[in-house]
Design a protein around this ligand. Sequence first.
Ligand SMILES: [Cu+2]
Length: 393
Amino acid sequence: MTKSIERTMVVNENRRDFLSGSIGAGIVGAGLAAGLLANNASASSSGSSKKSARMANYTADQLERVTQTLVAPPFVPKHDQVAQGKPKVVVVKLNVEEKEIILENGAHAWVCAFNGSVPGPLIVCHQHDYIELTLTNPSTNMLAHNIDLHAATGALGGGELTLVAPGQEVTFRFKATKTGTFVYHCAPGGVMIPWHVAMGMSGAIMVLPREGLSDGQGNAITYDRAYYVGEAEFYVPQEAQGKYKRYSTVIGSMNDVLAAMKSQNPSHIVFNGSVGALTGTNAMTASVGESVLFIHSQANRDTRPHIIGGHGDYVWAAGSFADTPQQDLETWMVAGGSACAAVYKFRQPGLYAYVNHNLIEAIMKGAAGHIKVDGVWDDNLMTQVSKPSAIRS
Ligand SMILES: [Cu+2]
């Protein structure tokens, strides 16, 4: 046991109500987190190396604080792949924006967006770091919000300690004890949990091993660039004749969206907030010879990333870096409510499609992006032996 502060945990008797809370509770968020103290953040070693275990023994007040500048996906914040020195307290800020976005021509949707993007920004840290997160809910918003981070331990992943009404902000801290890629999402209670998630309110955090990624055989895996693809589905209500409805406020869209959600039949399934957010001039880019790390999250539905024309050289489909990565996959299954990581070294130039390989969801509902790869074509890997011509009988 480390010298972490022991506190008596007062269990919220109303937790059951919290989880089954009403829409009203989600809107006003009346005092749900009141009276709760953070439970102790005692370090638990992953059992890897002795050095790593030593690194687990620091408490937050012993560590340097660094601010991480978050960036809109598909980009990821600047970070070290191998941790330098002691763990850090990584300070991040998330601001909730309730706003209307355009999913595609003719389809508008209100979203609740962490830092204004769908998904919210990727947070990156190393194992045994602390994340100190300030969640701000501006007074111009109409709804209460919070954050449940799957990388965090206790108190609904932080959801109990972070519920903020419009005009409030809250700061909480958790220790990143597990390595991997993890979803975070808003979870303000009852049906507001799926509704806020279906309003675009999710993102991901990557907790790297302190020594960086490895293939499980003692060989380091590094990447030249990284992208974060956040997949999210939307349930845009439609008129009888199929035209998408539009609303003047976020609350105005609530009942119709809730009704549409029950169908479990999304009108849109998109990467990074809209159809085409990662295609054309928005395509991800890379060069032949570069290894690219793709982090892919889906907070609510299962998905199956696939690089058309490429592979996953190393894939952590379940998102845990404590696992040995699978190698040379074509498609990998990602459970709803999780994020995965995959590294691929591009060998051939061209335009690659990065898709959810339910191709109906990719082509007809929007879950597709592009990776534009420059470099010199290798005929040895692929060549057109003869051009299309009339069939010779
Ligand atoms: Cu929310």
